[in-house]
Design a protein around this ligand. Structure first.
Ligand code: SAM
Length: 193
């Protein structure tokens, strides 16, 4: 186990499928970007490296079950996730893993309320999956481009129902204040950056 203290924050480097050190009903906000399935490998360990897609979803479910336990009533979970293309060399055909729909359903099955959603347009943050090159498939004719050059991801927001018992103290509340421009920008359902 490895943990760091940074000012008032304690950071654990552990498997988030078991967050036993985090007390029940103690966390106001979870923000997470889980690994993609079958795409980027993080050292061949951890979630995303499973052989079966169903196993990947089961492991994510373990994580979000733990989040549910740790969240305070009215607490929220923001999940940055996207549908993932298959790898034709492995699966033998091109298709999308419906991760956004499946994660939404598994969150509902854990008791969360689907609260809101954001489309994050990451544009050319990584030059898109195709690095700015034209699509292959039927290029330059439209019927079958094989895959689209996806430049967005989803941010799904879920809530644990219940009444918020302890409100944030006035000093911290003041520190969290945003400008009218920021408010207008970030309350729109599409974030572009
Ligand atoms: C898409 S990346 C998110 C990276 C993160 N947003 C950042 O900026 O560093 C997914 C991360 O989840 C980590 N991960 C995979 N399985 C995990 C597990 N069981 N518990 C905790 N983290 C895990 C991976 O190592 C990887 O760093």
């Amino acid at each position: 186990m490895c943990r760091f203290q940074i000012q008032d924050s304690l950071i654990y480097f552990e498997d988030s499928q078991n967050m036993g050190k985090i007390k029940n009903d103690s966390v106001a906000l979870v923000v997470t970007s889980p690994p993609y399935f079958n795409y980027i490998e993080y050292g061949n360990i951890g979630i995303g490296t499973e052989k079966q897609y169903s196993e990947y979803l089961d492991n994510l479910k373990n994580v979000f079950r733990e989040c549910f336990r740790a969240l305070i009533p009215d607490g929220k979970v923001c999940i940055n996730i996207t549908n993932m293309k298959s790898r034709k060399d492995i699966e033998g055909k091109s298709f999308l893993y419906p991760i956004v729909a499946d994660v939404t359903n598994l969150m509902l099955s854990l008791g969360y309320t689907f609260f809101d959603e954001i489309i994050w347009v990451k544009g050319n943050a990584n030059n898109g999956a195709l690095k700015g090159k034209p699509l292959f498939g039927s290029y330059p004719y439209p019927p079958n481009p094989k895959i689209l050059d996806s430049i967005f991801e989803n941010i799904l927001i879920f809530k644990k129902d219940g009444k918020l018992l302890n409100r944030v103290n006035p000093q911290d509340k003041e520190l969290s204040k945003v400008s009218k421009e920021e408010w207008m920008k970030y309350t729109k359902g599409i974030w572009i950056f």
